[in-house]
Design a protein around this ligand. Structure first.
Ligand code: ADP
Length: 493
């Protein structure tokens, strides 16, 4: 391997299954473009590794083949391309048409069924990451740290650990512990991992093998996306069965709150808005409220509190509470606009409540980046009743857009929202609302509390201004990751 560079310029391979704007399904896509860009600002030589799904290949310029990996059953042959991204972070793309060239999402087909060969698809991503991080890499550039993200790259630390020879250190970042990459036990040997790694002290997980557990067990260091979530996952139920392992490794876990792409999410310049605004021109925010009401078929009313929701319809996000409180919400009176997709029964239920409360509740099923921006700007308050939330991004977008969020007090939501109380209003820290009672009644009374505050103009103005003044840029988070990389470099104490 190349000699270690000085500790001041770590070389890092950031391994991810999705990246905004090429193929984002959630927050990891946002993080995968914004964090590497922020790390380069801090003089980290970070490069990205991602599978070559059709939108990734189509969306990148100057692609050049830089290595070939011959077939090694069960892995088909693949090539490594280098490319340039819009965020000026070098990208390595795994070109393997047999595994990645298909229509549908990165993890599932168009009907939402997980690809049956996901173990192989993400086994290859992990394996190539490990090859690039070891002394058998075909590249001249040798990363010192492999930064794996979520289960899809969870086998990279395992492949590295079992590599006989020089290898990079590994960092396993958990963006959501609920997704674990669980496959039958035979997958271990099928993917050319040693049979003995199928063990409680290894990647065995309740009789199956888990990509994520492999990462959590074999990585040199672990990170997750907020300090509160870092604590929560060390206990049941939010440890999802990994709490024992995580509690044993507590000294190796760092919680780092995600940042946001402050250039893309800026109400002063956002091209998706009906009118741009700043903290000094908050009256212009109202133009966006009117535009959203018009666009979505809500009654245009500048005075009624308008709540916004954007997200994946899964049990995690708690949107199943919305149909239970829809009528009472409209009677406050208040309006609600929802954008999202996922669980088909919930899609139907939410569509039905919109039909039954026409002009008061609007629902759009689908993924619509532009509408997501308009909702952040047009809503008065943003709802996040998540049962658990590793970090969450929308609550930070909404604060930046002068749209105080209301969220369940869990995970990163606790670390990024300051609940509105007389004390927090007094010291100028209040930015939104947190509620503890994760039931329909608890959520509804929290919504009522927000509506009361909304009509108290000085209070509401203070909440908007406090939120807009907060710094949610990636600077502090990137510096914290850099510190971890430095601690993992060979010459660190
Ligand atoms: P998660 O990663 O659990 O989905 P986050 O809050 O961390 O949740 O990030 C979600 C990201 O995906 C945000 O940028 C959000 O705006 C975006 N998003 C989710 N669903 C949609 C949708 N239907 N349309 C547009 N953007 C969406």
């Amino acid at each position: 391997m190349a000699p270690a560079l000085t500790r001041s310029v770590p070389r890092v391979l950031f391994v991810t299954p999705e990246i905004h704007p090429l193929n984002k399904t959630g927050g990891l896509g946002d993080v995968s473009s914004a964090l590497p860009a922020a790390l380069r600002e801090l003089d980290v030589d970070v490069r990205i590794l991602i599978p070559g799904y059709p939108p990734v290949l189509a969306g990148l310029d100057n692609k050049r083949k830089i290595a070939e990996f011959p077939a090694q059953p069960p892995f088909p042959s693949s090539a490594l391309l280098s490319a340039c991204s819009s965020v000026s972070v070098p990208i390595f793309v795994i070109d393997c048409p047999a595994l990645y060239q298909r229509s549908g999402g990165p993890y599932a087909d168009t009907a939402g069924r997980a690809w049956p060969d996901n173990a192989l698809r993400f086994g290859l991503l992990s394996r190539i990451a490990a090859i690039l991080g070891s002394d058998i890499s075909p590249l001249a550039w040798h990363p010192q740290v492999i930064h794996a993200n979520d289960w899809q790259s969870g086998l990279a630390p395992a492949y590295l650990r079992f590599h006989q020879g020089e290898r990079a250190a590994s960092l396993m970042a958990i963006h959501n512990l609920a997704f674990q990459g669980v496959f039958p036990p035979a997958t271990v040997t099928e993917l050319a991992l040693p049979a003995e790694s199928f063990d409680l002290n290894g990647m065995e997980y309740y009789g199956n093998m888990s990509f994520l557990k492999a990462g959590l067990y074999y990585a040199d260091h672990l990170a997750t996306v907020s300090p509160t979530y870092a604590r929560e996952i060390q206990t049941a139920p939010l440890g999802f069965g990994m709490e024992g392992l995580l509690a044993r490794r507590h000294a190796d876990i760092t919680g780092i709150v995600n940042g946001i792409a402050t250039d893309e999410w800026d109400p002063a310049t956002d091209p998706a808005l009906a009118r741009n605004y700043t903290v000094g021109s908050l009256a212009d925010k109202a133009v966006n409220k009117m535009a959203a009401q018009r666009l979505l078929g809500l009654t245009v009313d500048p005075h009624i509190p308008l709540f916004g929701v954007v997200g994946r319809f899964t049990h995690q996000k708690g949107y199943d509470l919305l149909p239970q409180i829809a009528t009472q919400l409209t009677e406050i009176p208040a309006q609600l606009m929802i954008l999202g997709s996922g669980d088909s029964a919930l899609e139907q239920e939410l569509t039905d409540i919109a039909k039954n409360h026409s002009g008061k509740i609007a629902v759009r099923i689908g993924f619509d980046e532009k509408l997501a921006h308009l909702i952040e700007a047009g809503a008065d308050s943003f709802l996040m009743p998540s049962r658990f939330e590793p970090c969450g991004l929308n609550q930070m977008y909404s604060q930046r857009y002068g749209t105080p969020p209301l969220a369940h007090a869990t995970g990163g939501l606790v670390d990024t929202i300051v609940d509105c109380t007389p004390a927090s209003l007094m010291d100028g820290s209040a930015t939104g609302f947190l509620f503890l009672d994760m039931t329909a009644d608890g959520f509804l009374s929290a919504i009522r509390r927000v509506a009361v505050a909304y009509h108290d103009k000085p209070v509401w103005r203070a909440l908007m201004q406090n939120g807009m003044a907060r710094d949610y840029s990636w600077g502090p988070g990137a510096a914290a990751y850099r510190k971890i990389y430095s601690s993992l470099l060979p010459d660190s104490p």
